[in-house]
Write a protein that binds this ligand. Structure first.
Ligand code: BGC
Length: 744
């Protein structure tokens, strides 16, 4: 008995030593060992899909396949192995996390980590190795149908959130596939549009979040975009993927194509693509015409190798990257088991939602204390009060167990004391993806009239509308039709406000939109998309249980024509003959709105535009958001550090409630520069929680690299000596203090 015990424990020790010894073999050695044992055919097999969302491993050698899934707001429902139809599993419901625009609006790096940790636990539990996200294309136009999946108009904000999300997810052994690399900033003609952009804007803006994720978070994979750059598809664009990403940035990850983004074998082989997914989903071919062996990186590539037309090193280089990804994820002994739909995940969802909700106007009606509504008649109007916004939108659609609607949550909190009634007000149809429903005009009128009639009896109106996930709203494969809210909502809000000025407008949506009724309403609360806990989060903000602290990750202009991308006719957006020109260059988003009228006019003239713009800059600037308390900023102090400067500013909560404030640090060049410079650019930010009356010192940091610009003559980052101004701001137009620094 005792002997047996000793033997068993010795065996156990041996096994542990063995496992550890295996673990201790350095990654690159394991890759080399495996590669040496693979046949050419096995090498080819790991480079392309074997089902809708998996790519092969090497079964003979015990090398696991890669299980991928959308992303980026939760684990997508299981689809059939070989088709886009739902697999109809009953155990694949997941938490819908808030959209990434909502995460960006929190300006909270810690919440980006909370997000990355929680979502990757759900992916792990569902047996997934690669999360298709986060998305970091920039909000160049407010019409972009997928802006809700991304993180706004500023590369630093998007990059910081991405870095933190990715680090937390990958720590759990779940890889991120950051997308869409790069310039996928519109959905119109997404498969075929070639983006013409200056080298400087490319480097300073569009590549920047990806560069940050590559260099700081060491993201394990990236997804190439459908669109073209220099007239070559980004999924196999040598200059982009081999020269910049792999050589210059020294990236060791695997480049995954977007689904159907591969169009040519030779380019795929030589242009930096490592894993080809979803071919024949590009609308050009039927599935029956194309099997997995017909993929561009399958039989056609194998033939090139066998005929000696492509050297084995080219194949091996790709296989190494794929094996590296497999060892980091599906064969990572540290990969977590994860969990699905846990209370901790719902709580993460709620926290992110509450911190992302952005209060844009408040004449004093908010917060609503439930007791003050006792005996009052509260009318809730709007389709989004009851509609699930986790459905639709394209690949980010989610199947949920919990999806708390605003109406449900409003009834829960006010229903006991006030009389709460509901009128839909408008209908949008249920159009999902690639289709727009025509809503019956008679129905629309009836819903409108019912809401107006109900408004006459109401003491308070809570309007819950905005955009939804229908095609040509916030949805993949189509941009929005216009800048105004659809389905007659502008007229409806206007008429409701005429009857009852006590109206709180709560809008969902991933983009900026026109607000012609703004002056007539008592409050405007912007909700992005909030996921499973939408209703609870919204109600917690409306009642003041949580103090709002979201700030806009993109500019809200008066009208579409005010956006710089719209000032160059169709060439500027959405393109002519499949060519789009980013003529505004680096003056995108607040970098444009910050310019004086004189400088704007000079810019337009230089670029050959005769467009005009509203004199009054924006409705809500980038970085803007209100609170139920107020903050005052003291004098910022500059100190030198080993690698740059610290700027420290005391911030005081001067109101009566606890709340959070995001302090934003922008930098601008003072005096002459060799190149055109924005007035200022975001370089750091910090979010701080303050009790009523409390003061804290907030520290922000700058390095030399933050003062650089991309030099188009030397094709490198460059820095000018001289004076710079660091602006401490509450939004991009609300400068609370400034310090100068001199670089000698
Ligand atoms: C989208 C990707 C998505 C993929 C797989 C594509 O159409 O552009 O973002 O990850 O489909 O669903």
């Amino acid at each position: 008995m005792r002997k047996a015990h000793i033997f068993a424990s010795a065996l156990l020790t041996l096994m542990v030593v063995n496992i550890n010894a295996q673990d201790a073999v350095p990654l690159e050695e394991r890759i080399d060992n495996t590669l040496a044992r693979m046949t050419t055919h096995e090498k080819i097999a790991v480079l392309h899909a074997q089902s809708k969302f998996t790519s092969s491993g090497v079964p003979r050698l015990g090398i696991r396949q890669l299980n991928m899934d959308d992303g980026p707001h939760g684990v997508r429902e299981e689809l059939e192995w070989n088709s886009w139809s739902p697999a109809r599993w009953t155990n694949d419901s997941a938490v819908a996390f808030p959209s990434l625009t909502c995460l960006a609006a929190t300006w909270n790096r810690q919440l980006a980590r909370t997000y990355g940790n929680a979502i990757s636990e759900e992916f792990a539990y569902r047996g997934k190795d690669l999360l298709l996200g986060p998305g970091a294309n920039l909000a160049r136009t407010p019409l972009n149908g997928r802006a809700f999946e991304y993180m706004g108009e500023d590369p630093l904000l998007a990059g910081e959130m991405a870095v933190n999300y990715i680090e937390a997810a990958q720590r759990n052994g779940v890889g991120c596939c950051m997308k869409h690399f790069v310039l996928n900033d519109q959905e119109t003609d997404r498969f075929s549009v070639n983006v013409n952009v200056s080298e400087r804007a490319m480097r300073e803006l569009y590549l920047r979040p990806f560069e940050m994720a590559v260099k700081r978070a060491h993201v394990w994979s990236l997804m190439g975009s459908y669109n073209l750059w220099h007239n070559i598809h980004c999924c196999h664009n040598q200059e982009l993927l081999c020269d910049i990403l792999k050589d210059e940035w020294q990236w060791d990850g695997a480049l995954v194509s977007d689904w159907g983004g591969t169009t040519d074998t030779w380019q795929a082989v030589m242009g930096g693509l490592d894993i080809e997914m979803g071919t024949y989903t590009d609308g050009k071919l039927r599935e029956s015409e194309f099997g997995y062996n017909n993929y561009y990186l399958a039989d056609p590539f194998e033939q090139l190798i066998n005929e000696g037309k492509v050297p084995m090193e080219v194949l091996d280089e790709k296989v190494r990257r794929v094996l590296r990804l497999i060892y980091r994820t599906s064969m990572n002994p540290q990969k977590v088991i994860g969990s699905l739909c846990s209370e901790a995940h719902y709580q993460a969802c709620r926290e992110i939602a509450e911190e992302g909700i952005t209060l844009l106007r408040n004449s004093g009606l908010l917060p609503l204390e439930p007791s003050t509504l006792a005996g009052k008649r509260v009318l809730v109007v709007g389709e989004n009060a009851t509609r699930s916004l986790t459905q639709g939108g394209g690949s980010s659609e989610l199947k949920t167990l919990r999806d708390i609607s605003p109406l449900e949550a409003l009834l829960g909190v006010f229903g006991g004391t006030a009389t709460v009634t509901y009128a839909q007000g408008y209908a949008s149809g249920r159009a999902i993806y690639d289709r727009v429903d025509n809503v019956d005009a008679a129905l629309q009128q009836r819903l409108h009239d019912e809401a107006i009639a109900a408004a006459r009896d109401a003491d308070l109106i809570i309007y819950v509308g905005g955009m939804n996930k229908n095609h040509r709203q916030d949805c993949e494969n189509g941009d929005r039709e216009n800048y105004n809210l659809s389905f007659g909502q502008d007229r409806l809000i206007m008429e409701l406000a005429d009857i009852q000025p006590h109206i709180i407008v709560c809008n969902f949506g991933g983009n900026a939109y026109a607000t012609p009724w703004l002056d007539k309403v008592a409050a405007l609360v912007h909700c992005w998309y909030l996921g499973s806990e939408a209703g609870t989060a919204l109600v917690n903000i409306l009642t003041g249980k949580t103090n709002p602290s979201g700030k806009l990750p993109m500019t809200f202009a008066h009208c579409l024509a005010d956006y710089p991308s719209m000032m160059y006719g169709a060439e500027g957006y959405p393109g002519v003959d499949k060519q789009v020109y980013y003529k505004e260059g680096i003056f995108m988003g607040y970098r444009w709105f910050d310019l004086s009228s004189k400088d704007k006019k000079a810019q337009l003239k230089r670029n050959g535009s005769t467009a005009s713009f509203c004199a009054a800059h924006t409705v809500f600037p980038f970085g803007y958001g209100l609170s139920y308390t107020s903050f005052s900023y003291g004098t910022p102090i500059l100190t030198s550090t080993a690698d740059g400067w610290d700027i420290t500013v005391p911030v005081t909560n001067t109101g009566e409630r606890e709340g959070k404030e995001t302090v934003q640090l922008y930098v601008g060049r003072k005096g002459k520069s060799a190149v055109e410079r924005p007035v200022k650019e975001l370089k750091d930010f910090a979010k701080v929680n303050l009790k009523a009356g409390e003061t804290k010192n907030v520290s922000l940091h700058l390095t030399n690299a933050d003062l650089c610009y991309w030099n188009e003559t030397t094709h490198a980052w460059d820095i000018e000596t001289g004076t710079y101004v660091a602006y401490v701001c509450a939004s991009s137009t609300d400068v609370r203090g400034q310090v100068q620094l001199t670089l000698r």
